[in-house]
Design a protein around this ligand. Structure first.
Ligand SMILES: Nc1nc2c(c(=O)[nH]1)N[C@H]1C(S)=C(S)[C@@H](COP(=O)(O)OP(=O)(O)OC[C@H]3O[C@@H](n4cnc5c(=O)[nH]c(N)nc54)[C@H](O)[C@@H]3O)O[C@H]1N2
Ligand SMILES: Nc1nc2c(c(=O)[nH]1)N[C@H]1C(S)=C(S)[C@@H](COP(=O)(O)OP(=O)(O)OC[C@H]3O[C@@H](n4cnc5c(=O)[nH]c(N)nc54)[C@H](O)[C@@H]3O)O[C@H]1N2
Ligand SMILES: [Mo]
Length: 813
């Protein structure tokens, strides 16, 4: 057993292993001061502050959470936890948790009881339904609730109310992951598995700072790097992330040029014939178009567009082209950048032309970000239909109507499910009269915040906010509903490699707070939603009965849960879907047999033009892909609409730091995490800083066409011409007035034409010094925001919180 400061050393001690070996266990544990591990009750769960799905146990003493430890039995983390998981649970007990419903009276939010709050919501819903119809009501949910809650919400919104306006913040997060998988393979669903890290000889990370955002997955990669026969890494990211520091080749493209870069890599793969002709012929359509498209992207041309070295691009292509077992991951540097879907699909294409799918080490992870984003998508609480059904396929819609025993007309719509940016547009133009926001904080996380605040505050919009804290969004609500948090309710969720975990209730929620499931079911009962036989809709009453109902919905679909039960998920490891009676252990890799979920009658979508977003109809899709092969979709590069110019000369990107989660409602209430990154900063290169007369720690104004913010400068190794601002800092704990802190004051109202995901990572900005600093900025020194000056790195950061790392002997080799 060793003690370690896991703020200063986020990834903990190395446990090296070699190719094909299994990853050694390491049990990480953090308990509040003075708590004896033998005096607590352990309750099984998994982490909810990222998508990695690390199995953990919650320590309970005297009815309160007092710590966590990793689950050694879990396939995902083998006992390890990241800093947010180790310390983040403290937010549950924050003194400012919401404990009673609030209602707006004479302009002020005042405490009320549940009956008053729910009756007001029912009264407004009923009136809107009668006067304006179902389409006057919209739902905007999350990637942070449980499967059972999403499925319930989906049934209520579509089956009960009949609206098409339901989406999640997953639109901001993994809409492009889902779209890229659908475009290439016919359905959502990660082909790969984390165990591919154990086998890969090359790991390519595209716009994915895994070291900060899935710290345990990075530990697994670090352990391979520290062992025999380490894999080579390729990193595509404009910032000097820890991934870049360990990469054999680091390509730092100008933001927004990913498609050009990918076409350059594919150009080299084809030119050198590093492709698998047999696989392409047997299992794909569309290769000829790719060949003719990428012919126009020789390395020199691409190097000019992306601002990278042609030689580095060639070297990266050679590594990709000669890999025996290639694992690729993709995340927000692609999904939130210009031409998001088009770029992400090219990563799929690399695997298809190289025939690298379905074998150990040949993994593809179009990553998720939020812990339960996969479930929002599966359960149809976003722009998808439950069970990855195709909204444009009448037979799929009929299946759902039959399953829920509701009128088919309720579920059928002439248009695709309304995406989040359009839902907010409808609120803006007044056509939406009610918006119910659950477990998301759009007043900080959506682009162009001045506009978002104005929309949420509109008189014509009845706004319901269901959260655990009084967020910037909740402050604008007409009714605020206090929810139970993770640890205070039971449910399941699925991580980025399809592993399903059960999270058991460990403690009671504070005050009158209730689980999101209970709130939704209460609403359904009060609205008297009925199926065609007059029975209550939804028919279930608690998490387990909701899970059992969901299993029926998932039967025969790609995300088949029929082999899972709560009991099976208790005690051991999480289990990967599809899990059926035929495959009771779950499924490690998809598409091992080269057959895809893309048959016209089965697929989740008929697809789109990945550049323009123009949808294909059923006939066009049938003609393109009658035999259920994978679909290779080529894409030309087009420059971004907004790019640096005379007035706004710098490219602005936004994103994350290791120690905070999103709008910090939880992590700012965990003292160790808050101390590690207490205030906003802006990363700038030495070159740009010198030109602008900006030094480390100076207060800088960053502005775009939309707005401006004030942040202290961090001189970092970020590429020249690019600024980075973390988007974690909103206003609930800001001192002073005005809106000069959130990154989204600056970002544009623009989205990818195919996935409809907002573009948080391609806009133009300028910077100017407001004040000379008296010391360095407080940005973390351990990761991508590390200072150029090593003397500063030595003076900042660190905390005294000791985390225990235990190395079970059985797992040592
Ligand atoms: N610590 C922490 N972990 C988290 C979260 C968190 O808030 N904090 N959130 C979770 C969620 S919901 C998500 S979605 C994930 C996100 O996880 P990541 O995608 O890894 O995180 P980001 O910081 O948003 O962006 C990743 C990288 O994209 C790069 N990038 C920006 N623009 C471009 C571009 O045009 N091209 C390329 N190639 N790269 C670019 C940035 O420099 C950045 O390093 O993290 C999850 N994990
Ligand atoms: N500029 C910029 N903007 C971005 C991004 C970026 O990289 N740059 N990334 C985008 C991405 S990928 C994401 S995922 C979004 C995240 O954006 P948000 O979803 O707005 O961020 P969170 O702070 O996670 O908000 C979740 C809310 O749910 C509440 N909550 C937590 N647990 C529960 C629960 O069990 N029940 C209920 N009812 N409430 C709960 C929390 O208190 C919090 O208020 O931000 C997006 N916005
Ligand atoms: Mo996300």
């Amino acid at each position: 057993m060793e003690r370690r400061d896991r703020i200063a050393e986020p990834w903990g001690k190395r446990t090296p292993y070699g190719a094909g070996d299994s990853w050694p266990a390491r049990l990480d544990m953090y308990l509040a001061d003075g708590v004896d591990p033998d005096s607590v009750r352990w309750v099984q769960s998994a982490s909810v502050l990222h998508s990695n799905g690390d199995g953990l146990d919650i320590a309970v003493k005297d009815g309160a959470i007092v710590g966590v430890r990793g689950r050694v039995a879990d396939r995902v983390n083998r006992g390890r936890l990241g800093p947010k998981d180790l310390f983040g649970w403290q937010a549950n007990a924050a003194p400012d948790r919401l404990t009673r419903p609030l209602i707006r009276r004479d302009g002020e939010l005042v405490e009320t009881d549940w009956d008053t709050a729910m009756d007001e919501i029912v009264r407004r819903s009923t009136a809107l339904l009668a006067e304006r119809g179902a389409e006057a009501i919209g739902f905007y949910t999350s990637g942070q609730l449980f499967l059972e809650e999403y499925y319930t919400l989906g049934v209520i919104a579509r089956g009960g109310i009949g609206t098409n306006h339901i989406d999640g913040n997953t639109r901001l997060c993994t809409a492009t992951a889902a779209e890229a998988l659908k475009e290439s393979f016919g359905s959502d669903g990660q082909p790969g598995s984390y165990s591919d890290v154990d086998h890969a000889d090359v790991i390519a990370l595209y716009g994915h700072n895994v070291a900060e955002t899935q710290t345990v997955l990075w530990s697994r990669i670090l352990d391979r790097l520290a062992g025999p026969n380490p894999p080579r890494l390729i990193c595509v990211d404009p910032r000097p992330t820890p991934v870049a520091a360990h990469a054999t080749v680091h390509l730092a493209p100008l933001p927004g040029t990913n498609v050009a870069l990918m076409n350059g890599l594919l150009h080299e793969l084809l030119a050198n014939h590093w492709i698998d002709d047999d696989y392409i012929a047997a299992h794909t359509v569309g290769f000829a178009e790719l060949r003719s498209c990428v012919a126009d992207y020789p390395p020199e041309a691409v190097a000019r567009i992306c601002g990278v070295e042609a030689a580095a691009l060639r070297e990266a292509a050679q590594i990709l082209g000669t890999a025996q077992r290639l694992l690729s991951t993709v995340l927000q540097g692609f999904y939130q950048s210009h031409q998001a879907t088009a770029a992400s699909v090219q990563v799929n294409n690399i695997h298809l032309v190289r025939g690298m799918l379905g074998r150990p080490g040949c993994g593809l992870l179009q990553m998720n970000g939020q812990p339960t984003a996969q479930n929002t998508r599966e359960c149809g609480a976003d722009g998808d239909l439950a069970g990855f059904r195709n909204w444009a396929n009448d037979a799929h819609v009929a299946e759902l109507a039959e399953l829920w025993n509701v009128d088919r007309a309720h579920l059928a719509h002439d248009e695709p499910p309304t995406h989040a940016m359009k839902i907010f547009g409808k609120a803006e133009d007044g056509s939406l009269g009610m918006l119910w926001v659950s477990a998301t904080n759009p007043a900080v996380s959506l682009p162009e915040l001045a506009r978002v605040r104005a929309i949420l505050a509109k008189e014509s919009l009845f706004l319901v906010v269901q959260d655990i804290f009084l967020t910037e969004t909740a402050e604008l609500a007409d009714v605020v509903l206090p929810a139970a948090a993770w640890g205070e309710k039971t449910g399941t969720f699925t991580n980025a490699d399809r592993t399903v975990h059960l999270s058991d209730k460990a403690i009671e929620p504070p005050g009158e707070a209730r689980s999101d499931l209970d709130i939704l079911l209460d609403y359904a009962r009060r609205m008297e939603f009925r199926d065609k036989d007059g029975d209550p809709l939804p028919a279930w009453h608690d998490p387990e009965s909701a899970f059992e109902a969901w299993k029926k919905c998932s039967a025969g679909r790609p995300c088949d849960y029929t082999g899972l039960t709560y009991d099976l998920l208790r005690g051991g490891s999480g289990i990967q879907w599809p899990c059926t009676t035929a495959h009771p252990e779950g499924t490690e890799r998809l598409y091992a047999d080269g057959r895809f979920w893309s048959a016209p009658d089965y697929c989740e979508t008929y697809g789109k033009d990945v550049v323009t977003g123009t949808p294909l109809d059923a006939e066009e899709y049938r003609a393109l892909n009658p035999d259920a092969k994978a679909i290779i979709k080529a894409a030309e590069y087009h420059p971004a609409q907004e790019h640096p110019g005379a007035e706004f000369p710098l490219a602005l990107i936004t994103g994350r730091t290791l120690y905070h989660f999103h709008t910090r409602t939880k992590t700012a209430r965990a003292p160790q995490l808050e101390a590690a990154a207490p205030e906003v900063w802006v990363e700038i290169s030495r070159h740009d800083a010198d030109e602008l007369g900006i030094g480390e720690g100076d207060l800088v104004e960053v502005s775009s066409r939309r707005g401006s913010l004030h942040a202290k400068a961090r001189l970092s190794g970020i590429r020249r011409g690019v600024l980075f601002v973390p988007f974690h800092y909103g206003y609930w704990d800001a001192d002073g007035t005005g809106h000069h802190r959130a990154a989204n004051e600056l970002t544009p109202t623009q989205w990818d034409p195919a996935s409809k995901q907002p573009i948080f990572k391609t806009s133009a900005a300028r910077a100017r010094r407001l004040e000379r600093g008296v010391g360095p900025s407080a940005a973390p020194t351990t990761a991508a925001s590390a200072p150029l000056d090593p003397a500063i790195a030595a003076t900042v950061g660190g905390s005294a919180a000791a985390v225990y790392e235990v190395f079970p002997t059985a797992a040592r080799r």
